[in-house]
Design a binder for this molecule. Structure first.
Ligand code: CMP
Length: 138
């Protein structure tokens, strides 16, 4: 079993999409190993997305992530990292496949409703950024 880290972003929380997104997660065979609602601060968002700090969209991305509450998740499944990325769809909803979360719910590339770790190394960092080991229940 592999674990990955996911966020339901402010744009989706604001539009009452938490339940619909969790339903897709569970019906696609993921176990929710940890979950909490949180309001990110600019410092927390910048630390989380530090790999993108040189990108032109860093300021607006981190601002957008603080625009309202998020839902933080640890998801568990075989090959959870690629499986969650596949279920989300491409980063830009315009490129996302039919039936994916981003195709169905995202507003644009920044307000793209969900986040998912892109590697085992980043998943480990991202899970530990928001959850202690005792909060992750396999
Ligand atoms: P996420 O999976 O959270 O990882 C980094 C985020 O940066 C990504 O989703 C997008 O929301 C955002 N992002 C990536 N590329 C761009 C871009 N070209 N313009 C604006 N935001 C972007």
């Amino acid at each position: 079993m592999e674990k990955t880290f996911a966020i339901i972003k402010p744009d989706a929380v604001e539009r009452n999409l938490i339940g619909k997104i969790l339903e897709r997660i569970e019906s696609n065979g993921f176990k929710i190993a940890a979950m909490k609602k949180a309001q990110l601060t600019p410092a927390i968002a910048k630390g989380f997305y530090y790999v993108h700090k040189e990108r032109p969209f860093f300021g607006s991305l981190t601002e957008s992530m603080c625009s309202g509450p998020v839902v933080l998740l640890v998801l568990e499944k075989e090959n959870a990292i690629p499986a969650w990325r596949e279920l989300m769809g491409a980063t830009n909803p315009e490129d996302a496949a039919a039936g994916t979360i981003r195709k169905d719910f995202a507003v644009n590339i920044e307000k793209n409703s969900t986040h998912g770790s892109d590697s085992a190394e980043n998943a480990a960092f991202e899970m530990s950024y928001f959850f202690s080991e005792t909060e992750i229940l396999s």
